[in-house]
Design a protein around this ligand. Structure first.
Ligand code: ACO
Length: 327
């Protein structure tokens, strides 16, 4: 069996910044409340006309450059998004066209905020078995288009952005995906959903009036589930390799909320300096959160050869998971 390595990463954030102060001009909220409850200070918002595949395109160009590859080297593109550009075709097809990745098979996956880790796990299987050689996995979200901007308990949390990674068979022992662990519990789907927009609920004026086409969330329940699930998935990944949190050099949790990350760290007894956080700058970018954080951590020199990286993810569904990577 082959081993999968990370050949390159890239990320892209739209330039428009929406601060907590900006939000306080349109909502009954304030910077102090948002920062103390979430750690978020600002988030990015797409420019007029900028789409989900545009963001993924920018991030993917950087990932390909980092990997010293061209779009023609790609065998497959997997796009993880809960904000697809269209219902048909897949955002992956639109990205494939923009990249002109002529040899790539492409498709979208929807595991909400956990989409990138699910996509990485899928790509890992293709590469390990030798079925595919070069796979680009992109997490890309235009959350600003699916938020209810009148609901102050949800719209303050999210932001737009994209991150990509190019994966391939390892020639050395560097940047190896050791394992991925995926979990789900669909019985809790109502805690975080967009009720309309699929085939279950017709698009009626009532739907729009109620905001049923937008993100609805029971924040308190999601908060609790996110902590328990990410802590448990992290423990299982460590146990599988007979490791403890002391063996981990960097921990990248899903960038949902700094209080969630702090609580997981406390449960795992993970020292603060080992946790990567950028939620203050970008908010929760859903499926793009992990690849953006991974790319920034790498570019900031937070990972050196031989380091052990733990990733934990959680999102609507619920779908959650973890990954261990030997740098
Ligand atoms: N500004 C000011 N006040 C607010 C705001 C706001 N933006 N939002 C809510 N409030 C008010 C509420 O109305 C409530 O007022 P009340 O007491 O008069 O009724 C009060 O603040 C407390 O509200 P709570 O909902 O109890 O606040 P809580 O401490 O639970 O924080 C939050 C809310 C931040 C949403 C929290 O529950 C949370 O972080 N949940 C997790 C959400 C999340 O991260 N989801 C995504 C993870 S999964 C994924 O990424 C898809």
């Amino acid at each position: 069996m082959k081993k999968t390595t990370i050949l390159g990463t890239g990320s892209y954030l739209p330039s428009k910044v929406l601060t907590n102060h900006d939000l306080s001009q349109i909502l009954d909220t304030n910077d102090e409340w948002i920062v103390s409850r979430t750690g978020i200070r600002e988030r990015r918002i797409v420019a007029e006309g900028q789409t989900c595949s545009d963001l993924a395109y920018e991030a993917s160009l950087k990932a390909l450059e980092d990997a010293a590859l061209t779009p023609n080297d790609l065998d497959m593109i997997i796009v993880a998004t809960l904000t697809p550009e269209k219902r048909l075709p897949s955002t992956a097809c639109l990205l494939q066209d923009k990249l002109q990745a002529k040899k790539a098979a492409v498709y979208d996956i929807d595991a909400a905020c956990s989409g990138f880790v699910y996509g990485m796990s899928i790509a890992d299987q293709y590469i390990k078995t030798g079925a595919m050689n070069r796979i680009l996995v992109a997490g890309t979200e235009v959350m600003s288009k699916v938020l209810n901007w009148k609901d102050r308990s949800t719209c303050i949390l999210f932001g737009d952005g994209a991150g990509s990674a190019v994966l391939g068979p390892a020639k050395t022992e560097e940047k190896i995906i050791l394992s991925t662990h995926l979990f789900s519990n669909g019985s809790l789907y109502k805690l975080l959903e967009m009720p309309a927009g699929g085939t279950a609920m017709e698009w009626t004026p009532d739907v729009f009036e109620r905001g049923d086409h937008l993100v609805k969330m029971d924040g308190k329940q999601v908060f609790r589930q996110a902590i328990e699930s990410m802590a448990e998935a992290s423990r299982l990944a460590l146990e599988k390799f007979h490791k403890t949190i002391d063996d981990i050099d960097l921990f990248i949790p899903h960038q949902a909320n700094s209080r969630i990350m702090d609580a997981i760290a406390k449960r795992l007894k993970c020292p603060e300096e080992k946790i990567f956080m950028n939620v203050d700058k970008y908010g929760n970018t859903s499926g793009a959160s992990i690849p953006i954080a991974l790319d920034e951590a790498i570019k900031q020199g937070r990972l050196k050869k031989g380091d052990l990286l733990l990733i934990a993810t959680f999102g609507a569904g619920f779908a959650w998971g973890s990954a261990l990577i030997r740098w």
